[in-house]
Design a binder for this molecule. Structure first.
Ligand code: ZN
Ligand code: ZN
Length: 143
C-alpha cells in the first residue's frame, strides 16, 4: 500500500495537477478519515498542520480536486460541498433529518444498460449514482 504522500503525487500527476505542499496537506486531511467531509471539517484538520491557510484556499483546492477527479463530490446538486476520497463506484444513503451520508457498496444495484435505454437520447451516464433517502439509525431511534 502506497503512503498517502505517494498516493497524492501519483494521482496528481495522473490528473495533471501540480502537487504542491499545500494541496498535499489538504488531500491527506480528506483521505485520513474515511467517509464524507465538509469544507469546514477539512479546514479544521488542515489548520492543525498549516495554521496560516484560509478557508477559501481549502475550498478552492477541494473544488479543483473534484474537477480533476482526485476526489469525488458526494452530491453535485447539494448546496453544501461534501467530498470523499472513495473513488470506487458506490451509492449513498442520506438521512432526511440530520443529512448524514453513508456509503452503500452494492455494485449491481443499478442496471446501467437498462438505465441507458431509459435515459434521454445523448445523455452520457458517466456516474450512475443512486441516493436513497430515509432515517439513519440514530434519528429513527429518536422518533
Ligand atoms: Zn439522521
Ligand atoms: Zn460515499
Amino acid at each position: 500500500m502506497a503512503s498517502a504522500h505517494e498516493q497524492f503525487r501519483n494521482l496528481a500527476w495522473k490528473c495533471g495537477l501540480a502537487a504542491t505542499h499545500q494541496r498535499q496537506v489538504i488531500y491527506e486531511a480528506v483521505i485520513a478519515t474515511p467517509g464524507h467531509h465538509s469544507v469546514e471539517t477539512v479546514y479544521a484538520e488542515v489548520r492543525r498542520r498549516t495554521p496560516s491557510i484560509s478557508l477559501a484556499t481549502v475550498y478552492n483546492n477541494l473544488r479543483l480536486f473534484v474537477e480533476h477527479g482526485l476526489l469525488r463530490e458526494v452530491s453535485p446538486h447539494s448546496s453544501m460541498l461534501l467530498v470523499e476520497g472513495n473513488l470506487a463506484p458506490h451509492h449513498h444513503l442520506i438521512c432526511t433529518r440530520c443529512k448524514a451520508v453513508q456509503d452503500l457498496e452494492v455494485a449491481d444495484f443499478v442496471n446501467v444498460k437498462k438505465l441507458a435505454r431509459q435515459a434521454p437520447r445523448g445523455f452520457d451516464l458517466s456516474q450512475p449514482l443512486v441516493e436513497v433517502f430515509g432515517l439513519c439509525r440514530r434519528c429513527s431511534a429518536k422518533s
